[in-house]
Design a protein around this ligand. Structure first.
Ligand code: AGP
Length: 607
């Protein structure tokens, strides 16, 4: 994640920008930079590494400008050096950005054709040039920015400063968070309330697609179409705590909402967005001769491993065995040396998973940790790690960590397939492009939250709930059931849809909601047959499928939740979001402690 901040103030902006960035370092610290508007134009100071390096670089520079923008970077495109550090500039424009511009390759080619010269490898720089071209065409700042925003695809938050306009700051939010801070004859932009707490606790959170035009005396918020909208200003209690709920009721809700941003950052770690190829870390082991993969984890992390099995076997053509760690650690599984053993864990401290890791090490496996906490025990003891970049996950129910685990496993499956020669370069680009689109699609699903909330109310209070899925949707059925039971305390089970007739269908009556996860993939028709078996017995069906299928079904006697049509390869990350929201809203309706459900802990560090 990156942190962005902007200030339209009454006194020197530079020290205040640095102070805000200090509170944003938890979002990334590969580099940092600020730009202020001085008498003779935009002045920019940047430095690689932590904020202290920027402070050193600022010492000899006299900046008196009262408006400016700042950025602390977690590198997505291009090395974490000064050239790629934000703010980025183009003639008359300075900009800071958090997120991914998916179509930046096409836009960069177009702007290069117009004679624009680029200094960095970042996607951000093309946005500065797009706005600069608009100014050159005679557009005013807000029109130049709005025109540029309409060209961008992806998930991003932006803060923009225009030379010659000392009382103007423009921000935009699409998939990555951005908030407005309200001061006394001052206004501000920030990634979250923490960044703004240095200046104010009066905050307005922008919503999806919003953009905002600030002066020191005014705040004008517009929707994606450019129509004025009202957003509620609130008083935050963001304190020294580095993580707060923002404008969400629970940490779980915030973490579900953060998924476009954190999935984007996780993908950007393992994908060369400029080339459209997977870009894995250098491992101390190779994949060319790999013959077997084992994946061991617990709970939600185990379901991520189960989904990955389909990718490893279908795309990389390698047998993949997935085990619950508490079972694996005592099974004394025979293991041929040289296999790849993968350990998936948000906390990196789960005792059963750690014990499994040690068993695999003793059996001469190459060990790879997929963890969200880089300094955790599992991370330290694995030969190699592929961290997720979900940021701190506070809610006991794992959500953003799960989708980031899937993102890492998808990139790994593609990388191994390329090493094994089972995936062509063209096929790789197709899958990578599908992955790059996931943050945007997840942001689209989040817009349906109110509809999902209504459906969740029909599930709340049930005695039993069934989740059905086939193929790679079967692990999602298991995950959906776990989400529901662990936070709402409703008994729920996930089943392979084809298994229903082998016993569980005896459970079906009109009191049992059956949630069917059915993307329009090669197993869709089979799953629909299972759904009809449920309907014939009076089961209360909730179908989660793609928009085209839902529209074809029309208004039916059962509830539907529709998600964007995507390449089936990325469906696990797409269909995870509706099942998370269903569980969350059912639990809220039930009045349970969503963030800290009874009997549970965030990290199970005991057997
Ligand atoms: C998931 O919502 C639960 N909190 C739990 O199943 C969790 O996934 C499991 O305990 C594994 O934790 P880890 O990812 O930190 O290893």
């Amino acid at each position: 994640m990156c942190g962005i901040v902007g200030i339209l103030g009454q006194n020197s902006a530079a020290p205040r920008l640095v102070e805000s960035l200090r509170r944003l370092e938890y979002r990334g610290y590969d580099s940092a930079g600020i730009a202020t508007l001085e008498h003779d134009g935009i002045v920019r100071v940047r430095a690689p590494g932590k904020l202290a390096s920027l402070e050193t670089a600022l010492e000899p520079v006299r900046l008196t400008g009262t408006s400016g923008i700042g950025h602390t970077r977690w590198a997505t495109h291009g090395a974490p050096n000064e050239t790629n550090a934000h703010p980025h500039v183009a003639p008359g424009v300075a900009i800071v950005h958090n997120g991914i511009i998916e179509n930046f390759r096409e836009l960069k080619a177009e702007l290069t054709g117009l004679g624009c010269e680029f200094e960095s490898q970042t996607d951000t720089e093309i946005v500065a040039h797009l706005i600069s071209e608009g100014l050159k065409d005679g557009r005013g700042p807000r029109h130049a920015v709005h025109a540029a925003l309409k060209r961008l695809e992806g998930a991003f938050a932006l803060a923009i400063m225009i030379e010659g306009y000392p009382d103007l700051l423009i921000g935009a939010r699409k998939g990555s968070p951005l908030a407005v801070g309200h001061g006394e004859n001052e206004n501000y932009l920030g990634s979250d309330a923490i960044a703004l707490a240095v200046m104010t606790n009066k905050v307005t959170y922008l919503e999806e697609g919003d953009w905002v035009v600030l002066s020191r005396q005014s705040v004008e918020i517009y929707d994606a179409d450019g129509d004025p909208v009202d957003r509620t200003m609130q008083h935050t209690n963001a304190s020294a705590l580095l993580v707060d709920k923002g404008n969400h009721r629970h940490f779980m809700a915030k973490e579900i909402a953060e998924q476009p941003e954190v999935i984007g950052h996780t993908l950007a770690e393992y994908i060369d967005l400029a080339e459209g190829k997977v870009d894995l870390p250098d491992f101390p082991f190779g994949f060319e001769n790999l013959e077997r993969i084992t994946i061991t984890a617990c709970g939600t992390a185990y379901y991520a491993g189960l989904a990955a099995k389909y990718w490893f076997e279908r795309v990389a053509r390698i047998p993949a065995d997935v085990d619950i760690a508490s079972e694996f650690r005592y099974r004394e599984a025979p293991m041929v040396p040289g296999g790849l053993s993968i350990f998936v864990s948000q906390s990196g401290e789960t005792a059963d998973t750690l014990a499994a890791l040690r068993y695999c090490q003793a059996n001469h496996q190459n060990t790879l940790g997929i963890v969200n906490v880089r300094e955790s025990t599992i991370a330290r003891e694995c030969e190699a790690i592929m961290p997720t970049f979900a940021g701190p996950e506070i809610g006991v129910a794992s959500t953003k960590a799960f989708t980031c685990q899937l993102a890492v496993l998808a990139c790994l499956a593609i990388g191994i397939a390329r090493a094994k020669g089972t995936l062509s370069s063209t096929e790789e680009t197709e899958l990578v492009d599908a992955l790059i689109g996931v943050p945007r699609h997840v942001a689209e699903i989040l817009k349906e939250e109110r509809h999902i909330e209504e459906i969740a109310r029909t599930v709340a209070g049930s005695r039993d709930v069934l989740y059905l899925g086939r193929g790679i949707s079967f692990p999602l059925a298991l995950e959906g059931a776990l989400k529901l039971k662990e936070i709402s305390y409703i008994h729920a089970e996930g089943y392979a849809a084809g298994e229903l007739k082998h016993g569980p269908i005896a459970l079906i009556d009109e009191s049992v909601p059956v949630i069917v996860i059915a993307p329009h993939d090669d197993l869709f028709d089979k799953t629909m047959s299972n759904m009809q078996e449920v309907a014939a017995r009076g089961g209360k069906i909730i179908l989660i499928t793609d928009k085209q299928t839902a529209e074809k079904n029309g208004s039916t006697e059962f509830a539907q939740i529709s998600v964007p049509v995507t390449n089936p390869f990325v469906n696990p990350m797409i269909y995870a979001v509706p099942v998370q929201l269903l569980a969350y809203h059912a639990a809220v309706f039930m009045g349970t402690d969503v963030d800290q459900p009874r009997n549970l802990a965030k990290s199970v560090t005991v057997e």
